[in-house]
Design a protein around this ligand. Sequence first.
Ligand code: THU
Length: 140
Amino acid sequence: MTTIDWGALEAAAKAVRARAHAPYSRYHVGAAVLDEQGRVHAGCNVENASYGLTICAERGAVMKMVSEGGLRVVAVVVVTGGSEAGSPCGACRQVLAEVAADAPVRAIAVDEAGRETERFDSSVDALLPRAFRGALVTGA
Ligand code: THU
């Protein structure tokens, strides 16, 4: 079993958040996922002038993990600004359900000075109960 170093995941998510490309929303998000090999993969949101093409931080992190040979997400940390910790959006929950179904999720909000304003702990299962897992799984 991979030990979860929450401090390392939080540091990675905070660091990558500084690279967010969010000129439209100005909402900067950083995410870090721990894979089954103990490696950390970090992603930030990347917005586009054609707004719908925006990729969230969580999906960026998962794409990086899979590209690097990671098979399973063991834990997820998401860091946002503001006074309320941002919860992964519906699209990201579905992507996480594919490779991170039983993973814990920690969401943290920080103010402009980097001080934590709120956090909550949840899990992918709790955020997306009864996730769709494809026709092969559902027996269609
Ligand atoms: N965003 C994320 O990166 N992750 C989420 O789970 C929610 C939203 C980004 C997308 C967009 O760049 C900005 O936050 C505002 O929606």
